[in-house]
Design a protein around this ligand. Structure first.
Ligand code: NAP
Ligand code: FE
Length: 368
């Protein structure tokens, strides 16, 4: 058995989690920069809760609400500059994966005002440590609340992540009630992201006893939600929202140990070039993941089928209907994309039997 893992973020969960975390938050300082997207922080009710807690604890704050989806390194730099000028002691991200990932990067820019946007990818051991962050999630998908990963978009439009011990939040506020305002399409795409995390993590060559526990617990919660979303085409009730949210956190805990596999690398391409939301872009490659299970980890596939009470064909059918990605990628485009990858792609190395340029071309062509 192997239970190697590292989780320095304090997780505070459940209805009213922000209130529960207030004491810990107030220890982080007297000035806070809040980073959000355009409207989700307000719509979810999380911003009003955060503002109340900061006011009650005598913490001055300023709001930066310009975080876009698939956040740019330049936006993180702008927020970091804002935090630096404001004299922030800590930052708070409120939103889905985009604002949460962005605030993790903004915390570096706040502590290193001369750092240029894409320099965030260079050797961070030479930098001042980032300011502490509070992460308040409003989607049930990425699990960014609990991962030491921040996925950013560089100045060339490429999605690239940073990760490490310095990329964790200090406090994660995990209150599923903030996801009640999610529209159907975002609910589906984010739940599919969690499903991708669970199935990729469980198959990963880096999986260990504890990551497998997280992945299977997450899968049980997430798939039940996906099944209902597919059958009813309706918004989940509160109990299902809670289930989907915790599913995404278990999924985040799983990938925090194992990383993700090839669907995430290929999915980034679909998001960059075809504007497909992250979750659906990843599960477009779920059939290829299940083929790997069948060939290289049939006992794990059986475990999933038993857990969900569905066979491979039924699981894939649900995922396919919700994913709904049909892209006609030409052989030339697929070949060029595969050939443009240089160096080691960790997501490919962690995949059983690896992932060759030919595998990549086949996976891309299968989307037609
Ligand atoms: P998102 O990009 O944060 O948000 C998607 C949309 O949902 C936005 O329009 C957002 O509005 C809206 N929204 C969010 N919460 C809402 C709520 N409670 N009510 C109503 N609308 C709401 O989506 P995401 O899927 O959570 O994050 C995707 C990003 O996370 C990608 O960049 C992906 O690469 C990354 N990711 C990170 C990790 C990790 O470990 N760090 C893992 C997987 C994926 P606003 O624009 O107003 O906020
Ligand atoms: Fe993801």
């Amino acid at each position: 058995m192997n239970i190697d893992s590292y989780l320095p973020v304090k997780i505070v969960s459940g209805k009213g989690a922000a209130e529960k975390a207030a004491g810990e938050i107030s220890k982080l300082g007297k000035r806070c920069l809040i980073m959000t997207g355009g409207s989700s922080a307000s719509k979810s009710g999380a911003l009003v809760d955060a503002e109340r807690i900061l006011n009650e604890n005598g913490i001055l704050y300023s709001v930066f609400d310009k975080t876009e989806q698939n956040p740019l390194t330049s936006t993180c730099k702008e927020a970091g500059k804002h935090a630096y000028k404001f004299g922030a002691d800590f930052l708070m991200g409120i939103g889905g994966g985009s604002p949460l990932d962005a605030v993790k990067a903004a915390a570096f820019f706040a502590a290193n005002p001369n750092l240029e946007p894409d320099e965030i990818y260079s050797d961070r051991s030479l930098l001042a440590p980032p300011l502490p962050t509070v992460l308040i999630g409003t989607t049930a998908g990425t699990g960014s609340e609990v991962t030491g990963v921040s996925v950013l978009t560089d100045s060339t439009g490429k999605k690239k992540s940073i990760s490490g011990a310095d990329c964790y939040g200090r406090i994660a506020v995990c209150d599923y009630t903030y996801t009640l305002s999610l529209p159907y399409s975002v609910t589906v795409s984010t739940a599919l992201d969690a499903f991708a995390h669970e199935t990729e993590s469980f198959l990963s060559l880096k999986a260990n006893t504890i990551s497998e526990m997280y992945a299977l617990k997450g899968l049980e919660l997430t798939y039940c939600g996906l099944d209902l979303l597919c059958k009813t085409k309706a918004l989940p009730d509160e109990a299902l929202r809670e289930q989907l949210y915790y599913g995404s956190i278990f999924a985040g805990l799983a990938i925090n140990i194992t990383g993700t596999l090839f669907p995430h690398t290929l999915g980034y391409y679909l998001t960059e070039k075809r504007n497909i939301p992250h979750g659906r872009a990843c599960t477009a490659f779920t059939p290829a993941v299940f083929d790997r299970y069948e060939k290289y980890a049939p006992e794990k596939l059986k475990t999933i089928e038993n857990l969900l009470g569905r066979d491979k064909r039924e699981i894939l059918e649900t995922v396919k209907i919700l994913t709904n990605v049909k892209e006609s990628i030409s052989y030339e485009e697929a070949k060029q994309t595969a050939e443009s990858r240089t160096g080691t792609v960790n997501n490919f190395v962690r995949t059983p039997a690896g992932f060759t340029p030919e595998d990549e071309i086949n996976a891309m062509l299968s989307l037609r």
